[in-house]
Write a protein that binds this ligand. Structure first.
Ligand SMILES: *[C@@H]1O[C@H](CO)[C@@H](O)[C@H](O)[C@H]1NC(C)=O
Ligand SMILES: *[C@@H]1O[C@H](CO)[C@@H](O)[C@H](O)[C@H]1NC(C)=O
Length: 150
């Protein structure tokens, strides 16, 4: 029985990991749902208070900097395919920006945010949860500076 459960868990993990990857054929709604589902699963996994998530989306508040929060962001990026084994998939982020902001007049500004963060680079770090925190910091800073909708 124990073995059966173990195998079943592996299969489920495999299926859910695969079905949550972002790809260019998604609609905006599907992308939003994927991102929200991944965030909620990772929020629960790292026991992050919902208040912290509100702060994260609130541009008047500084980004929360706890280790659990950083790991939640990395967990989310890994589930969506933006980060894999500490390698960042910038192209996939551009794909996502194009889907998400397709009906915005300034969609190219949202794509440029990705270009700029790629150019600035992410500092290699022993802390494997830090990678997505750096990406998020870079994105958020630019959104706010350029008056984009965070
Ligand atoms: C996207 O759709 C095209 C055309 O329907 C298909 O050939 C391709 O495999 C799809 N790509 C992904 C990543 O699902
Ligand atoms: C965002 O943060 C500011 C400053 O902490 C706070 O006054 C405001 O109520 C927050 N907005 C939301 C929607 O939570």
């Amino acid at each position: 029985m124990y073995l059966l459960c173990f195998i079943f868990t592996l299969i489920c993990t495999f299926l859910s990991t695969n079905s949550t990857l972002v790809n260019k054929n998604l609609t905006k709604q599907e992308l939003e749902d994927l991102e929200m589902t991944a965030m909620e699963e990772c929020r629960i996994k790292f026991n992050i208070d919902e208040k912290i998530i509100d702060d994260y989306f609130n541009e008047s508040t500084t980004l929360p900097v706890t280790q659990d929060f950083k790991c939640m962001l990395t967990c989310q990026d890994e589930r969506l395919g933006y980060v894999n084994n500490q390698v960042i998939n910038w192209d996939l982020m551009r794909v996502a920006q194009n889907i998400y902001y397709q009906d915005y007049d300034n969609v190219e500004k949202y794509v440029e945010v990705v270009d700029n963060c790629e150019k600035n680079g992410i500092t290699e770090n022993e802390d494997t949860c830090d990678i997505s925190f750096q990406i998020t910091e870079c994105f958020r800073k630019q959104y706010i500076e350029q008056g984009l909708e965070w």
